[in-house]
Design a protein around this ligand. Structure first.
Ligand code: DQQ
Length: 683
């Protein structure tokens, strides 16, 4: 059971889970918002090329369902074959990248290397595995944002402008490792299908020659865009710079002008020259000034400095900090935004007053996780106070308990919602990334709102446009898993062979929604326990640990014999006074037979309120699994690198490793189409 390379349970019994629904959906592919005539023309060109590409790649059958042909190299339409040099990807120890330049670690180090032997029960990166091209090609995702090649990290300056969503990102145009950082740029109509544009900003000035680092956009009331970003100077000093579009009439915002008076901010007295970065979107004070915050630290206290400005050129440093938390180290990519107490729509960054709470988020340089807290903003004092100091920024709640860093939100004025982007790094070896020719993804953009039921956490949910990728679905009602059972969820009929046409989607491009219930009588019967459970505790066997009321959940990207499997699951502890505490976890420890990939076990506790079932939605896209529990109260993003559970060999199972209670599940699974992510035509 404890051997991470062995199945922890064998397949038992036949599923009593006949599909009750099988539905085909035509993927509309593009949403068409109202736009200027120039935008419409561009969209027409884009749509035309998209349809031509579809026809070339697969075409439509008579029912209108898009047929996808498997391309050589193992990927489907939307993700072309990647050329890779021959030979095996051996795992020499990764070089440390980023630290010496004055940012957080940017190499794929083992958790032991990263955290100095701290949290995590994974094997770390050890022996070489003989990766082949087919395995490595499989890892490329189909509906998550990625550049065509090379390294990407933080999301930068997201905004909605003249009918287009703009996405900028930290990008190395020269290699699949961090370095030579400039701003990549892509646009979309719907946050799903993307067109790559030329680089937005390159490192061509003394004040950003060592890197055009992270920044944020502010849209002024007259529609003008101000982009503040960090530059690493010729002497590796972190300064803040201003850029703006050369032509505000261009919906694609192709050309950017760097302000002649840059830098507009240098590190203030008392702040180290390598601890001053990542300006936020500005918000307006009631006096009409613009206010920003910038991450830093003083000794081990992570802080958010606060500045006021009228013109984005001259700034006044406010006394004290917006907020700081001792022991949390350097705060990168700070975010600050309002949420409505009543839930519902997202709020403009400047919203304040009754019915509004404020969120502070910091990306912790020391552990590379994104932490947030909800609290009260005192505009006059320029301070923010957490509702609960015990779960302050950096010591309490995380956006995501897996891999998710350097995130940034923006207010989407076209749909009145706040959207969260986050960088999803790699946890394989750097040598494998170099051989693949790419590294990192962006998570599916998520809406963020206050959880009105608990009032103490946010709800994150994939943007509604993600559902436009849903193709066929199958539903499995009242599937019963007795204690110790693993039940196959059969997505295609026995006669349908994955290798033929689009059936492979069932195996690795999925949107899964599941509701699970524990047998109530068993829950009542179980004796109270004082078990201290932690998904990631080093003594934990992950999903192979057996308690009275868990773990139970789904095994995704599992090989038929379970030699590779990624369990995503709930674990319930019945404590004093029969209170139930629930944990939501993802166990990567058996996700791959290779040992040169990170195999941590992640998770946290998650509120499950009276009368609620255990609910999870999972987006499975080749090497990424994003799992949202209880409507987005807790989220875990996993990167997995299976060697066998790939292409047609990937399977889905329901499992129940509880010793006392049975589980009944209702599961709906959609095949997910590939997104259209290509260079913008004819630029
Ligand atoms: N990434 C950028 C920095 C930021 C860090 C450099 C966070 O601006 O602090 O690539 O990943």
């Amino acid at each position: 059971m404890g051997d991470h390379n062995q199945p922890f349970l064998s397949v038992s019994g036949d599923p009593e889970c006949a599909p009750v629904h099988d539905d085909s959906v035509v993927d509309d592919a593009l949403h068409r918002p109202q736009g200027s005539s120039k935008s419409k023309l561009l969209l027409a060109v884009f749509s035309g090329i998209f349809v031509v590409c579809l026809i070339l790649a697969g075409g439509y059958d008579k029912s209108g369902v898009i047929k996808i042909h498997q391309l050589e190299g193992g990927d489907e339409m939307g993700v072309g074959p990647i050329e890779m040099p021959a030979g095996s990807a051996t795992t020499r120890p990764s070089l440390s990248r980023g630290k010496s330049a004055g940012v957080s670690e940017k190499a794929n180090l083992s958790p032991q290397q990263l955290l100095g032997g701290g949290e995590g029960s994974g094997d770390g990166l050890s022996e070489d595995f003989p990766w082949n091209n087919s395995m490595l090609s499989w890892q490329r995702t189909a509906f998550h944002f990625q550049p065509e090649k090379n390294w990407m990290n933080d999301p930068n300056g997201p905004l909605f402008y003249k009918g287009w969503y703009h996405f900028f990102y930290q990008y190395n145009p020269n290699a699949a490792v961090w370095g030579d950082i400039v701003w990549g740029h892509a646009v979309s109509r719907d946050l799903i299908h993307w067109l790559h544009l030329p680089l937005a900003m390159v490192a061509d000035q003394w004040y950003d020659v060592q890197g055009v680092w992270t920044g944020s956009a502010t849209i002024l009331p007259d529609g003008k865009v101000m982009m503040l970003y960090t530059g690493s100077t010729n002497e590796s000093v972190q300064v803040q710079n201003l850029a703006y579009p050369a032509d505000h009439d261009d919906p694609l915002l192709l050309d950017w002008v760097k302000h002649p008076g840059n830098p507009v901010l240098v590190p203030p007295p008392g702040i180290h020259h390598k601890d001053f970065r990542d300006p936020t979107t500005a918000w307006q004070t009631s006096e009409g000034k613009w206010r920003i915050t910038i991450g830093s630290k003083v000794n081990k206290t992570g802080i958010a400095l606060i500045y006021d400005t009228d013109d984005f050129v001259n700034f006044e440093l406010k006394d004290g900090f917006l907020h700081g938390v001792p022991g949390t180290g350097m705060w990168e990519c700070v975010d600050f935004y309002p949420v409505a107490v009543a839930g519902g729509d997202g709020l403009d960054t400047s919203a304040n007053g009754a019915g509004v709470r404020h969120v502070v988020k910091a990306s912790l340089d020391d552990d590379r996780h994104d932490y947030y807290a909800i609290g009260t903003y005192d505009e006059e004092a320029g301070k923010w106070y957490p509702d609960n100091p015990a779960i302050d920024v950096g010591i309490g709640i995380r956006y995501d308990y897996g891999i998710f860093y350097a995130s940034k939100t923006f207010f989407d004025q076209s749909k009145q919602r706040r959207i969260l982007w986050g960088w999803i790094g790699e946890w394989d070896s750097e040598a494998a990334d170099v051989r693949k020719g790419w590294a990192s993804l962006q998570g599916m953009p998520r809406t963020v709102v206050l959880d009105t039921k608990t009032g103490s956490n946010l709800l994150q949910w994939p943007v509604e446009e993600s559902e436009s990728l849903r193709l066929r679905s199958k539903e499995f009602k009242n599937v019963v898993a007795k204690p110790g059972a693993v039940v196959p969820i059969k997505l295609e009929a026995a006669t349908q062979v994955c290798e033929l046409e689009h059936w492979c989607f069932w195996r690795m491009q999925l949107d899964i929604v599941a509701e699970l219930e524990l047998d109530k009588e068993a829950v009542d019967r179980v004796v109270e326990s004082d078990e201290e459970f932690k998904c990631s505790s080093s003594s934990s066997k992950g999903a192979a640990h057996r308690g009275a009321l868990g773990p139970f959940g789904l095994l995704v990207l599992s090989e038929e014999t379970l030699s590779e499997q990624t369990p995503v699951y709930f674990y319930v502890v019945k404590g004093k006074n029969a209170t139930l505490r629930t944990y939501f976890c993802a166990d990567q420890s058996r996700s791959s037979l290779a040992n040169d990939v990170n195999k941590q076990i992640y998770g946290s506790s998650v509120p499950v309120l009276k009368g609620e079932k255990f609910r999870v939605r999972m987006l499975v896209d080749h090497s990424i699994i994003e799992s949202f529990a209880q409507g987005g109260r807790s989220v875990i993003t996993s990167r997995v690198y299976p060697t066998k559970a790939i292409y047609g060999a990937a399977r889905l199972f329901l499992f129940n490793n509880a010793t006392e209670a049975g589980v009944t599940a209702s599961i709906k699974v959609w095949q997910m189409n590939s997104a259209f992510i290509r260079p913008f035509p004819n630029l």
